[in-house]
Design a protein around this ligand. Structure first.
Ligand code: NAD
Length: 451
């Protein structure tokens, strides 16, 4: 297997796209480097009284805009290469959806399942304290969010720890996003990434010309979808594709195995089955596959890898039967496998676009925190709209967030597609990278190099 390290893969994609731009080599070099990365260790007390050393990382890829932004993941394979690659992807993602942040990413090398809630709280609070000491967190500096293995609960602990350490910072709640709504979060952030995947795919599938090239009819209705990972992103993507898009979920992969059902799987019923039995296997009406990763090779129209990186490599890419691969996870397709899929006429929708719904709504949450007022509470249409519809201000916020997210995803795709077609670029990934490079390079060129 000649697969490159994850950060090298991002650089490879960047270099291929940079060849289609005309920016000075020095600027391009500056963009692709990691501005700062830290690795630290700290002790935590386990519930049995023993002490364990935990490894944590945070990478800030680009300071061309501040704050930097990116999730924190809890997973056993977190390492410096991974956070660097994910931080770089965040820079390009923010540029693609016009979110004015640089990219960052953090991680703690643990399996969250192995720890009690109180242990996870101690890990999260101590991790936040370490970031604070090193100036790697703050509403104007670096703003984390959830990722694999973390969620609103961890974000609430981060916000509370930061607020305790910085009591005079009136914007303290803007130090992290995807908080519970009661703690300064925004309605619609939990499902934002999965909803963004749905909005993105709806836009992509609406282009009759592209669908014809793939041998598909326009629209999401009836499209056969396989989803890998039923976590925050995968579950919500599957739910909206099924309930709002009319797609059929014909296969699901989870940690414990994979199932297939050509006639479709009801996502909510599958979630209930997993809660009851602890597994997606033996779901009524579906077949268990002999091996988990065979699920990726199910005959379908759209494959949505929503677990971790390197799900599709040169080991299995030749057997992928989907016509569209929508990278809901970050880096699920290795750079070489992506080239291979392209040569076979499979449309790969790049992660830096299709999973950008999370950071988009995180941006709205951060604005809400800096404004110290929720969207919809005051505004020109507020009174008349509420009187007319008899709804609460929170409902206004929910609708505003959904509408703005839908517009963001649709506009970003139109920009990427237009570039792809007009300049006959090799793939949507190259087009997305070219778009991001143009925007980030433009920011550098506008201000010059300090001093
Ligand atoms: P999560 O922890 O909520 O869910 C991940 C799911 O994948 C879990 O249910 C896990 O059991 C499953 N899984 C793990 N390994 C698997 C395997 N080999 N096969 C099948 N299933 C497997 O994490 P998440 O927040 O949904 O993140 C998933 C991916 O999406 C990551 O790549 C993350 O970087 C990316 N992402 C997340 C967000 C966000 O807002 N949470 C935003 C953008 C991108």
């Amino acid at each position: 297997m000649s697969e490159l390290k994850f950060f090298e893969q991002v650089i490879r994609n960047f270099d291929k796209a940079a060849a289609f731009t005309e920016h000075p080599v020095g600027i391009l070099d500056q963009i692709k480097q990691i501005n700062s990365v830290i690795h630290f260790t700290f002790p935590i007390k386990r519930d049995d009284g023993s002490i364990q050393v935990v490894h944590g990382w945070r990478a800030e890829h680009s300071h061309h805009k501040l704050p930097t932004k990116g999730g924190i993941r809890y997973a056993t394979r977190v390492n410096e290469d991974e956070v660097m690659a994910l931080a770089a992807l965040m820079t390009y993602k923010c540029a693609i959806v016009n979110v004015p942040f640089g990219g960052a990413k953090g991680g703690v090398r643990i399996d969250a399942q192995d720890y009690s809630e109180t242990e996870l709280e101690r890990i999260t609070r101590r991790f936040t304290f370490e970031l604070f000491k090193k100036n790697f967190i703050g509403p104007g500096l670096d703003v984390p969010a959830p990722d694999f293995g973390t969620g609103p609960r961890e974000m609430a602990w981060i916000a509370d720890t930061y607020s305790t350490l910085a009591p005079h910072d009136i914007n303290a709640l803007g130090c992290v996003t995807a908080k519970p709504v009661s703690e300064g979060g925004i309605d619609g952030r939990v499902e934002a990434t999965g909803r963004g995947v749905f909005y993105g795919l709806r836009e992509i599938c609406s282009v009759a010309e592209d669908m014809r090239d793939l041998g598909l009819s326009p629209g999401l209705e009836g499209k056969r979808v396989v989803v890998q990972g039923l976590g925050n992103v995968g579950y919500h993507a599957a739910k909206f594709l099924q309930e709002d898009g009319g797609a059929e979920i014909v296969g699901v992969l989870e940690y414990e195995g994979a199932i297939a059902a050509p006639k479709g799987i009801n996502v909510e019923a599958l979630m209930a089955h997993r809660r009851e039995t602890g597994s997606i296997l033996s779901f009524p009406g579906a077949t268990d596959l002999a091996e988990r990763d065979l699920g990726l090779e199910i005959d379908c129209d759209i494959l949505v890898p929503a677990a971790l990186e390197n799900a599709i490599t040169m080991d299995n890419a030749p057997r992928i039967k989907a016509k569209i691969v929508a990278e809901a996870a970050n880096g699920p397709t290795s750079s070489e496998a992506s080239d291979h899929l392209f040569e076979r006429g499979i449309m790969v929708i790049p992660d830096a676009f299709i999973n950008a719904g999370g950071v988009t709504v995180s941006y709205f949450e951060w604005l809400k925190n800096l404004n110290h007022v929720s969207f919809g509470r005051i505004g020109p249409n507020h009174l008349s709209a509420n009187k007319r519809m008899g709804q609460a201000p929170e409902q206004d916020e929910h609708e505003l967030v959904r509408g703005a997210l839908a517009d963001t995803m649709a506009l970003a795709y139109r920009e990427i597609r237009e570039l792809w077609r007009r300049r006959t670029l090799p793939s949507l990934r190259i087009a997305a990278f070219v778009l991001a490079i143009e925007k980030v390079a433009g920011a550098y060129e506008a201000v010059g190099v300090f001093p």
